[in-house]
Design a protein around this ligand. Structure first.
Ligand code: GLC
Ligand code: GLC
Length: 814
């Protein structure tokens, strides 16, 4: 069964029934103010940090699953009947329900009892607020007397504290109401200089700010007592749970349409101008009032929406493709790029599966996210790289996470994930290849944010590389530390205490357990670092890095190869992990994908063998599973991976993040058919037809799809915030379609399915737009290029010498 359809022209997914298998969400905002919104208007908002500046409250894992959000109610004041046009929270049977999730906005609407209503929710660019533009039409043949109610529940800022510290929080809530605008100012009287507000363009008949007055005791949002009364009670919250609710009357003639705008926002005042008058406790509203007035005006709101549209036109326009496969086109041109923006902004902090209170921005994750983002807003990628590098430690190691508000490393999680430092090299390499902005390498960046410790970014990269050389194990392979890319392969943890964190508990010194994965990563990062050194004219250094890379490749061949595939690791007893010799967990995906994409074994048959083994032992119709056979019991020496029931997550789930490594590996072997076939297996658009089984959104990748060992093989979980977004985007655009950035030029080196006659693409790169046509004329992957009609040598396109901004490139594959 389908729950909606793709409207590619408008770049929307249109959900046509509200009872999707799981909440299907979208993100509002892409700079500093953010919101999550589900297809029934559930969700919440925050400023910069989902934990520390939460504006509205949300109860995760609720019943129903998604309850609480940006709810609007309509009441027929004659009959007293009320409903919500977004279905939740009242869940009336609606006609013509549709939720259009688009680029930075969501429009939810329906018809009930002759009243059509839809709300466009979005965050204007460069503002810290969201707009709800509601439009109501009376389709009845007679007048309609309606009341419109808005509702949100304020969070007392720190979402973690808000959900736990009730003995304090029930006494601290404070609001002010002026001209119908509800200001939430809890803790403003002391150390905060920010507040939230909720305003409405209609004439506010009445309001409520105390939750109980609106909802009523022993009731919930589906049947608020306030909607059964004549109107809202003008309650002023003091303590308990502050909310914002407005009531506006709408008298509509037949056919008449009325628009009402609600604005929910965040505002900061200078510390010395918090109050007005200065010696009072009243909020200074001087600078916020003009902002509110501006966006309550429909002309400004409309212009802001138009600007948002143009912004996305620009971002998505940088890379557009036209292939014979609709699922490829739609993901590359719209949804995958869009998801890359979300992962860049959120890292793994706030989704329906990440509560926004647990995880800051991950060092490893954020660097990988750049692969799919850097072409869109390079300036923000640059800033992110410098922020990440500033949390690096003098050893070259890195804090595993940092909090976006403070930009400091997170001490609770700490360091010693021995793969972390190398991702910085890959992030910087991606940035340099996109922009050619070498100045970033000279930027002075501190270690651990310590003033005075600044060194050029380039030096940070050298230390990243050295970090592994300083930590080699008995076979000369990198020591694994707490974990490598696979957070759940915890070879030094040995945890037998319930509730201990597998990632941060270290019960062993860690001088034995080695990671073949980090070896592959080291090889790739080392090659990039050598190229970067050359860019700086440091050829000797480059030679040195390449010598270490060659040595590591040898070590992998010698101690990291199991006969038919790459080993995964050695455990603390020096025993193999991911080998034929193992009872369970004989073969892992990570080392197959990564070693081959790093170029190991391409010329001696190992790579081809490894890929055959993946196909034979790991590939399923729903994607490639992480390892086989699944661990059937808990292994003290392996850690969290064996804590999951078979088929889920890292224990033989389809961990989509590393599927693209295999796709890239297949392109390196010239197998376009296989690469694209693997791509299609996890492509959410291609899986739309099995939405009931897949269950997550058909427009974005999920972190995991249950593997064949699970009873629900094919069911996705944890959508949106996953490295899958960046890696798939990178794999399809740069390796399968082969439009690849390099230090010098744009390279065109496609490895596509044999059934394709070719494809077209436009790619703007360093200010020049390349109009690319590729035609397949033979069986191979050899490409011949014509640039503006003239044949050129090789597969890289020289930028136009005469400053032209448009270039046509024709590629022929033979
Ligand atoms: C999660 C983490 C990521 C890790 C992966 C595998 O997606 O965010 O850092 O690499 O799991 O364990
Ligand atoms: C769990 C998850 C893993 C994630 C980690 C983050 O171990 O299985 O995917 O990376 O938590 O802390």
């Amino acid at each position: 069964m389908l729950f909606g359809y793709f409207d590619d022209e408008n770049r929307e997914y249109v959900i046509t029934r509200p009872d999707t298998p799981l909440p299907w969400i979208n993100y509002l905002g892409c700079q500093a103010y953010f919101g999550i919104i589900s297809n029934t208007a559930g969700g919440y908002s925050f400023y910069r940090d989902a934990r520390l500046r939460r504006l509205t409250r949300y109860r995760y894992n609720n019943v129903p699953h998604d309850f609480g959000g940006r709810y609007i109610y309509l009441r027929d004041d004659e009959s007293g009947e009320f409903w919500s046009p977004s279905w939740q929270p009242t869940r009336h049977d609606l006609e013509d329900y549709a939720c259009r999730h688009g680029m930075g906005y969501t429009i939810i609407g329906s018809r009930y009892s002759g009243i059509a209503a839809h709300t466009n929710y979005f965050v204007p660019l460069d503002e810290n607020l969201e707009i709800w533009q509601l439009s109501i039409t009376n389709q009845r043949s007679k007048r309609a007397s309606l009341s419109v109610f808005s509702s949100i529940e304020f969070c007392l800022w720190d979402a973690q504290d808000d959900a736990t510290n009730f003995q304090r929080n029930f006494s601290i809530g404070q609001v002010e109401i002026e001209d119908g605008v509800i200001y939430h100012k809890t803790e403003y009287r002391e150390r905060r200089d920010h507040f939230a507000y909720f305003a409405c363009s209609g004439k506010v008949e009445a309001f409520d700010t105390q939750r109980e007055a609106f909802v009523g005791a022993y009731r919930s949002w589906d049947k608020p007592v306030a909607l059964e009364r004549a109107g809202l009670a003008n309650s002023v919250a003091h303590g308990w749970a502050p909310i914002g609710a407005h009531q506006v009357k709408a008298e509509l003639a037949p056919g008449e349409t009325r628009q009402i705008i609600f604005v929910l926002g965040y505002h900061e005042n200078p510390r010395d101008q918090k109050f007005d008058p200065p010696d009072s406790q009243t909020l200074n509203k001087k600078t916020v009032k003009p902002v509110i007035a501006k966006y309550l005006d429909s002309a400004h709101a409309g212009a802001a929406f138009e600007r948002l549209h143009q912004y996305w036109d620009g971002l998505l326009g940088i890379c557009q493709v036209e292939t014979p496969d609709v699922h490829t086109n739609r993901m590359v041109n719209i949804w995958n790029a869009y998801q890359c923006m979300a992962t860049f902004n959120m890292s793994r902090s706030a989704s329906f599966y990440e509560s926004g209170i647990g995880r800051g921005l991950g060092f490893r994750d954020s660097n990988q996210d750049l692969l799919g983002f850097v072409h869109m807003v390079p300036a923000r990628a640059r800033e992110r790289i410098l922020d990440l590098a500033a949390t690096q430690l003098p050893t070259g190691g890195a804090y595993h996470q940092y909090q976006p508000l403070t930009k400091r490393g997170n001490n609770e999680v700490g360091s010693n994930f021995n793969d972390d430092p190398h991702w910085l090299i890959l992030g910087v390499a991606a940035y340099l290849k996109e922009t050619a902005d070498r100045s970033i390498l000279d930027e002075p960046v501190p270690y651990d944010n310590e003033p005075g410790s600044e060194q050029p970014l380039y030096e940070h990269l050298r230390r990243s590389f050295q970090y592994t050389l300083d930590r080699l194990g008995p076979h000369g392979l990198p020591l694994i530390g707490r974990a490598d890319w696979n957070d759940c392969l915890n070879l030094n943890c040995f945890s037998d205490t319930p509730g201990q964190s597998f990632q941060t508990t270290t019960n062993k010194d860690g001088k034995v357990a080695e990671s073949v994965f980090i070896a592959g990563l080291f090889v790739l990062a080392g090659k990039e670092l050598a190229a970067i050194a050359r860019e700086r004219g440091r050829n000797d250094e480059a030679e040195g890095y390449l010598a270490e890379v060659a040595k590591m490749e040898d070590t992998v061949r010698k101690y990291g190869w199991d006969g038919d595939w790459f080993l995964r690791a050695y455990d603390d007893f020096g025993r193999k992990v991911g080998s034929k010799e193992c009872g369970e967990g004989k073969i892992f995906i990570e080392t197959q994908g990564f070693c081959v994409l790093a170029g190991i074994g391409l010329d001696d048959g190992m790579a081809a063998k490894s890929m055959e083994s993946v196909r034979k032992h790991l590939a399923t119709e729903h994607g490639i599973i992480l390892q086989q056979p699944a661990y059937s019991k808990y292994y003290l020496e392996l850690g969290e991976i064996s804590s999951y029931p078979p088929g889920y997550k890292e224990n033989a789930g389809i961990f989509c993040h590393n599927n693209p490594w295999v796709m890239i590996a297949e392109t390196r072997l010239g197998n376009g058919d296989r690469a694209h076939d693997y791509y299609t297996r996890i492509n959410p658009s291609a899986r739309e037809g099995i939405s009931e089984a897949h269950r997550c959104e058909p427009y974005v990748y999920a972190q995991m799809i249950a593997g064949p060992d699970a009873p629900t093989h094919g069911e996705a979980k944890n959508s949106w915030l996953t490295g899958t977004a960046a890696w798939n985007y990178y794999a399809i655009t740069q390796w399968i379609l082969g439009i690849r950035t390099s230090y010098e030029r744009l390279q065109i080196s496609p490895v596509i399915p044999k059934s394709w006659r070719g494809f077209k693409a436009t790619r703007t790169f360093r200010g020049v737009t390349y109009h690319i046509t590729v035609e397949q004329e033979g069986e191979g992957n050899h490409v011949s290029l014509k640039v503006d009609g003239m044949p050129i040598k090789g597969d890289t396109v020289p930028p136009p010498a005469d400053g032209r901004k448009e270039v046509s490139v024709k590629g022929t594959l033979t």
